[in-house]
Write a protein that binds this ligand. Structure first.
Ligand code: NAD
Length: 337
């Protein structure tokens, strides 16, 4: 049996990270039928768009994509490929685990968070306008449907992964109607999981302070779009930053797995960038495909190579290249089979 997966190498450091990650995935013994789809800077020149329709068609067909970062051209009039994919495929949940890694120097050793961010509405719905020359207005959209959908996703994620608690994050003390509706929707869904997964809520400013002071108290966080964007970067910072932060965008019919970081153009083509975030995103993809044991192996191998510290990239204090790191992880995966 083989898994059909759309592979979008992306641009900048993306293609080299994709090579290293494929090397790891192929060491698992699973068979992948890769549908390689170019998108980004290169296709602007050849196809007039960074996100050709064929890319979306491919993901609709396979249901799963592994994606490298893509440069968002500034001021070119092209919208972000990431936003385009999210909208076209209705990827309503942005999921970012943040777990401490032995060997990555940070202030914390025991962080294990999953940030579940609503991905379709809030101030990111893109409804804003100028009100005369000296004022502007952005509209914050919160609906019960989208809020309940993301809350249910957070609770289901908790149940599937043996997590103990979901914390809803909001500012309902000030935005009583919009954030109030988000909180109420989370409370309604929480009642269905009573006795299985604990529930609590926190005001977003207080949540930020607590995450910095005692992140070990928190488990799964569910947030509307804007707070989710900000708090997920905070969480990535707690565990070592961009090079090691994986992510997933999940919808009912398709899912796209990608690192949190961008295309880091200054490192492109130098075999220097850290592929950990894409490899860990691939592990999330394996979990999504139901390959839990293989996902554990890939994660374990990645963590072991980092903990050992001999074959790590510059950002983790080493001198190894992107492909050497990927090869070291792949070797451990093979040994573990
Ligand atoms: P960036 O994440 O690309 O890079 C910022 C810095 O972080 C880099 O200069 C580098 O020092 C470090 N870094 C990032 N990834 C790394 C890795 N894997 N290994 C080692 N170091 C790493 O952010 P940016 O410079 O703000 O954005 C560059 C481009 O990427 C922009 O066009 C932006 O729009 C795009 N972007 C794309 C995505 C995506 O495709 N999902 C996400 C964020 C940014």
């Amino acid at each position: 049996m083989s898994y059909a997966v759309t592979l979008i190498p992306g641009d900048g450091i993306g293609p080299e990270l994709a090579d290293a990650t494929r090397n790891v995935l192929e060491a698992t013994g699973l068979v992948f039928d890769w549908d390689i789809q170019l998108a980004g800077e290169a296709t602007i020149a050849t196809e007039g768009t960074p996100l050709p329709e064929r890319v979306i068609d491919s993901i609709r067909r396979t249901g799963v994509a592994l994606k490298g970062p893509i440069t968002t051209p500034i001021g070119s009039g092209f919208r972000s490929v990431n936003v385009g994919l999210r909208q076209a495929l209705e990827l309503y949940a942005n999921v970012r685990p943040a777990r401490s890694l032995v060997g990555v120097k940070t202030r914390y050793t025991d962080v294990d968070l999953v940030i579940v961010r609503e991905n379709t509405e809030d101030l990111y719905a893109g409804i804003e306008h100028r009100v005369g020359p000296d004022a502007a207005e952005s509209i914050k959209i919160i609906t019960r449907g989208a809020s309940q959908r993301i809350a249910r996703y957070a609770f289901e994620h908790a149940v599937r992964n043996g997590r103990r608690k979901v914390t809803a994050v909001h500012k309902a003390n000030i935005m009583k109607l919009s954030d109030g509706l988000f909180l109420e929707s989370c409370q309604q869904i929480a009642a269905e999981y009573d006795g299985r997964v604990a529930f609590e809520d926190r005001i977003v400013d207080n949540m930020c302070m607590q995450l910095v002071q005692k992140p070990e108290l928190y488990d799964v966080l569910v947030l509307p779009n804007l707070y989710g964007d900000i708090v997920s970067d905070l969480a990535a910072g707690l565990v070592g930053g961009l090079g090691v932060a994986p992510g997933a965008n999940i919808g009912d019919r398709a899912a796209v797995f990608e690192p949190v970081h961008g295309s880091a153009p200054k490192y492109a083509g130098q075999d220097r960038a850290n592929p950990t975030a894409l490899i860990l995103s691939a592990a999330l993809m394996l979990r999504h495909l139901g390959e839990t044991a293989v996902a554990d192996t890939v994660e374990g191998a990645t963590r072991a190579v980092i903990a050992e510290g001999r074959t790590v990239t510059y950002d983790l204090g080493g001198t190894a290249g992107t492909q050497a790191f990927g090869a070291a992880v792949a070797e451990r995966v093979r040994d573990a089979r």
